[in-house]
Write a protein that binds this ligand. Structure first.
Ligand SMILES: Nc1ncnc2c1ncn2[C@@H]1O[C@H](COP(=O)(O)OP(=O)(O)O)[C@@H](O)[C@H]1O
Ligand SMILES: [Mg+2]
Length: 239
């Protein structure tokens, strides 16, 4: 199995004492999911499980596959406001995975965590206080704000005035935050041997949530000497 898949890492981290959204993964298989794009309905047993998970989590909910959420399209993809949008958004999420040649296998439904954000970008995605920590063999190697200025685009929504200043404030990493998230990252790294990226986001409730994980060698990171070393070594470690 692809180790960056949520199907790989979620069972390992789910009992680690770090806040995370409630998560239900429904395995369907790539051929079944790809069939959706050819107009083939999902098997009844998959539909029933997805609907039960959605009813359990409530709306809005966060929708992704085991590999990606297509977050830039937000309310058309991962942000599911109400039951009427569930299947329409799932179609677009699976389609988006296909565009990037990601052979996803599972439909993942998650508790929606309202995040502390400063403005909306792309197709309406809230740009929040988010961080990416790199770990290797149980230790934190480096950490970075998740949304650097050059990653932000505005599609069909108005560019908010002064968004660069707002982003700069979001991207400040005070020492108490670094201490907390380094501790969370080390806890998670205990059950994820090798080199990983671990993403965290700050909820409106003031709690930091662990959101996503991926193999370090396959994770975006800004130019950083520590990360270059990490990537080179991790590709050997995971090969
Ligand atoms: N449960 C959630 N509740 C609210 N927002 C979320 C949730 N999960 C993810 N997000 C937001 O969506 C973004 C993408 O989520 P993620 O699961 O990492 O998908 P991808 O791997 O496609 O980036 C996150 O960076 C965060 O801004
Ligand atoms: Mg991610």
């Amino acid at each position: 199995m692809e180790t960056s898949s949520l199907l790989f890492w979620w069972p390992r981290v789910r009992d680690v004492a770090v806040p995370k959204p409630k998560t239900v993964a429904v395995w369907a298989g790539w051929h079944t999911l790809a069939g959706l794009l050819d107009g083939k309905p999902l098997p009844e047993e998959v539909r029933v499980l997805v609907e039960a998970a959605a009813a359990h989590l409530g709306y809005p909910l966060f929708l992704r596959t085991d590999l990606a959420s297509c977050k830039h399209e937000w309310s058309r993809t991962c942000y599911v406001q109400s039951p009427e949008n569930l299947w329409r958004n799932l179609y677009r999420v699976v389609d988006g995975n296909g565009v990037y040649d990601l052979a996803c296998e599972a439909i993942v439904l998650r508790q929606y965590i309202p995040l502390q954000h400063a403005f909306h970008a792309f197709w309406g995605m809230p740009v929040a206080r988010e961080r990416r920590y790199f770990v290797r063999d149980g230790e934190v190697v480096c950490h970075h704000p998740y949304w650097p200025e050059e990653s932000i685009r505005f599609f069909r929504i108005e560019e908010p005035p002064e968004w660069r200043d707002a982003l700069r404030a979001l991207n400040e990493e005070p020492p108490d935050e670094v201490e907390l998230l380094s501790g969370y990252a080390r806890e998670l790294a205990r059950v994820l041997p090798g080199a990983w990226s671990l993403d965290f986001a700050l909820g409106e409730d003031g709690r930091w949530y662990f959101i996503d994980a991926a193999e370090a060698s396959r994770s975006w990171h800004p130019p950083c000497p520590a990360c270059a070393r990490l990537t080179a070594e991790s590709s050997r470690a995971t090969s």
